[in-house]
Design a protein around this ligand. Structure first.
Ligand SMILES: Cc1cc2nc3c(=O)[nH]c(=O)nc-3n(C[C@H](O)[C@H](O)[C@H](O)COP(=O)(O)OP(=O)(O)OC[C@H]3O[C@@H](n4cnc5c(N)ncnc54)[C@H](O)[C@@H]3O)c2cc1C
Length: 412
């Protein structure tokens, strides 16, 4: 076992908090740096999916051809703020290039290696942190209005099934039994028992943070604004509220991470895929599973029915377009005729996304004591505990159980 270190973790989202928990379990002294309380950024309002079956990269052969249709549809799953296009163009180009058949197979293998560990890494953490009762293990229903719609997803299902994802075909009658409040518009569904959900993603983060705090985790409320490096690598993180000295640092600052990696010599094409939710506190309908509707989902949470998803490419600083959250309600009303949408609370978050749909998890090529963990895109909650375990292995000098090459920061 390597000697214990003082480690600064920058970013208290689900990823940074899980890393902090795994590092304190290993006996390190850990300081979690963030201007916000744990889980107040993107990890606050996601759809709660432990989406261990999401093995298909976002850029696939044919994805780009679908984009004009999506953009034309006011209720569609994607929107681009046109003033942002010049900034976005290099990322879009890389995204498109990542969608060749050979690259897609490799990216799916890399996603599969990560996601196969999901429950092995999450279950002990949920248990240790007393979060088990927030985890629902009823699976996810991917709904289709027609066989043609299902067949249009054939490439996605092939990727999943080739890699051992379990699934069960459900017919119109079984859908009625499983989800009686749904309008009878769905011809078929696929039940994925390995895609489960949590009933409050924010409390998952605060619960893990509380558990780690009980084992010695320290919190430093401040924004990292610089780093101090010397002959032995990083020596301190400089924040707007003070300096945190460290023997090692982990950058887990979600959609803001590339600024920090830039200070440490690693440029990376990180973009934000903004997503929205609307949570309906008294929906007047019963939804029993996560319902996956292609581009967005519905999850029955403790605080209400959460409609979440869609992608808006508009950068980190543009104000939210709340119409995107209202669109989710319009779509949900068609699916759930009895839905009561009063008092819905809208929210927007910044998914941290790299063009090849893979996260960065690994060491710095420039500093032996700097580690990166960001870019989980649509899967940050799902991958949180595994990312924590992998970073803990790397910090301790243990060889992780999976090949870490696909997640290197210098792969671009
Ligand atoms: C609508 C929507 C639905 C989603 N649904 C799911 C889902 O069902 N399942 C799933 O697995 N994932 C889902 N996701 C994705 C998931 O929410 C993200 O991948 C995840 O929250 C990213 O976590 P993070 O810790 O990397 O980032 P964040 O939660 O954004 O945390 C980053 C933290 O870094 C801090 N920070 C930034 N800059 C600095 C700095 N300079 N100094 C100090 N701290 C800094 C921020 O304040 C923030 O607290 C969804 C996302 C959206 C938007």
């Amino acid at each position: 076992m390597a000697p214990h270190k003082n480690i600064a973790v920058i970013g208290a989202g689900v990823v940074g908090t899980c890393i902090a928990a795994k590092l304190v379990e290993d006996g390190h002294g850990v300081t979690l740096i963030d201007p916000l309380e744990p889980g107040r950024a993107t990890s606050y309002g996601n759809a709660g999916g432990i989406a261990a079956t999401s093995l298909a990269p976002l850029s696939m052969p044919g994805t780009i051809q679908k984009v004009p249709g999506w953009l034309m549809d006011p209720l569609g799953p994607l929107t681009i703020r046109w003033s942002y296009l010049p900034t976005l163009a290099p990322w879009l180009w890389r995204f498109w290039r990542a969608g060749t058949p050979e690259k897609v197979e490799k990216q799916a293998d890399a996603l599969s290696a990560l996601l196969k560990r999901t429950y092995d890494d999450w279950e002990p953490l949920w248990k240790a942190a007393g979060l088990d009762r927030l985890v629902k293990r009823d699976g996810c229903l991917r709904l289709y209005e027609s066989k043609a719609d299902y067949e249009a997803d054939a490439a996605d299902w092939k990727i999943k099934r080739d890699r051992g994802v379990r699934s069960e075909m459900i017919d119109r009658h079984e859908i009625r039994q499983l989800e009686p409040d749904l309008a009878p518009i769905y011809e078929m569904a696929v039940l994925m028992p390995e895609w489960n959900f949590v009933t409050d993603p924010h409390r998952i983060v605060t619960g893990v943070a509380d558990y780690a705090t009980g084992r010695g985790l320290k919190h430093h409320r401040g924004k990292a604004v610089g780093v101090r490096t010397g002959a032995s690598g990083i020596e301190a993180v400089i924040t707007d509220t003070g300096v945190v000295a460290c023997d090692a640092a982990v950058v887990a600052a979600g959609a803001w991470s590339h600024e920090i990696s830039g200070w440490l010599g690693s440029k990376v094409p990180l973009e934000t895929e903004r997503g929205y939710h609307m949570t309906l506190p008294k929906p007047n309908v019963e939804v029993r599973h996560t319902l996956h509707l292609g581009g967005w989902v519905m999850t029955p949470m403790e605080m209400g029915l959460r409609l979440a998803g869609t992608v808006e490419l508009a950068g980190r600083t543009a104000p939210p377009n709340w119409k995107r959250a209202e669109i989710l309600v319009e779509r949900a009303k068609r699916i759930l005729p009895k839905l009561d949408a009063t008092d819905g609370s809208p929210w927007m978050g910044h998914r941290p996304s790299l063009p090849d749909s893979l996260p960065v998890i690994g060491g710095s090529p420039h500093h032996r004591n700097v580690f990166y963990a960001f870019g989980a895109s649509h899967l940050g909650l799902t991958e949180g505990a595994t990312t924590g375990a992998l970073i803990a292995d790397l910090v301790a000098g243990r060889t992780p159980s999976i090949d870490m090459t696909p997640y290197r920061i210098d792969r671009f």
